[in-house]
Design a protein around this ligand. Structure first.
Ligand SMILES: [Zn+2]
Ligand SMILES: [Zn+2]
Length: 260
């Protein structure tokens, strides 16, 4: 079984044909999905999707670019306690490429989200773009959360540092792009027990499907094929280790999978 560890099933481009998308994925050997949250407006819709499908779990979080939409941490906490299918806090983090939200407000939001994760004892899905610094690692360490660096696109040096702190690293379709030689090197380096794969669909369609505008969870298979080739292993082996890592990080999801 291949797992898409990070997609967004609530966006209309996917949601409007969600049964077909899930069937397509199954036909490609992709059978379990984590739909990550981004803002308050879509939070309940995302939870509803996870409630409806046996093989979907979700996360709640406010993306750094979504600060302006507002959020209520107490409300989020209540949702986490109410719905066992919320298995993580995310995506949350820092986005320095798109400067929609002033950095001081991004940090304020990020700290609140890390505090929430610590309070409810859930892992964190980190969105980190062009923001690596010692301050970043210090704040993560301070809150003592387990975490995955989703859609990793940074340097090998920062990947090594994240691994030293015990975090997981997840590769998206970007690893399949022609220009991504440096990222493919990172995908060879990450140890078996720390690697995850994802689509971040509907964004970032991988090669060889890049011409298709709307990415789908099933296409995580192409990410798996690319990363497996880099690591000189079979897709089956990569599926096995990334699935094991997924359930190790998102412990609540493993209980649900046993039930399903
Ligand atoms: Zn992200
Ligand atoms: Zn995402």
């Amino acid at each position: 079984m291949i797992i898409d560890s990070h997609c967004h099933l609530f966006y209309d481009r996917i949601y409007d044909r969600i049964d077909e998308v899930i069937d397509n994925a199954k036909a490609m050997g992709v059978e379990f999905f984590l739909s990550a949250g981004v803002n308050s407006a879509t939070m309940l819709k995302n939870i509803e999707i996870a409630e409806k499908y046996n093989n979907v779990v979700c996360a709640v979080g406010i993306h750094p670019c979504e600060y302006a939409g507002g959020y209520n941490v107490e409300e989020m906490k209540k949702l986490v306690l109410k719905y066992p299918k919320i298995v993580a806090i995310g995506e949350v983090g820092l986005e320095y490429f798109y400067d929609d939200t002033p950095r001081d407000l991004q940090w304020k939001l990020f700290e609140e989200m890390l505090q929430l994760a610590s309070d409810v004892n859930l892992p964190v899905i980190l969105h980190l773009r062009e923001c690596f610094s010692q301050d970043l690692f210090d704040i993560l360490k301070h809150f003592n959360v387990s975490a995955v660096l989703h859609c990793f696109t940074d340097t090998l040096e920062n990947a090594k540092k994240a691994l030293d702190y015990g975090y997981y690293i997840s590769f998206s379709g970007i690893v399949t792009f022609k220009k991504s030689d440096a990222l493919r090197e990172v995908s060879r380096y990450v140890p078996d027990d720390k690697i995850l794969i994802e689509t971040d669909s509907p964004y970032l369609t991988p090669e060889p499907k890049r011409k298709i505008r709307v990415n789908e969870p099933g296409f995580v298979r192409y990410v798996a094929e690319c990363v497996a080739e880099q690591r000189n292993c079979t897709v089956e082996h990569l599926a096995e280790i990334t699935t094991a890592n997924f359930f190790k990080l998102f412990k609540k999801a493993s209980d649900i999978c046993k039930v399903a």
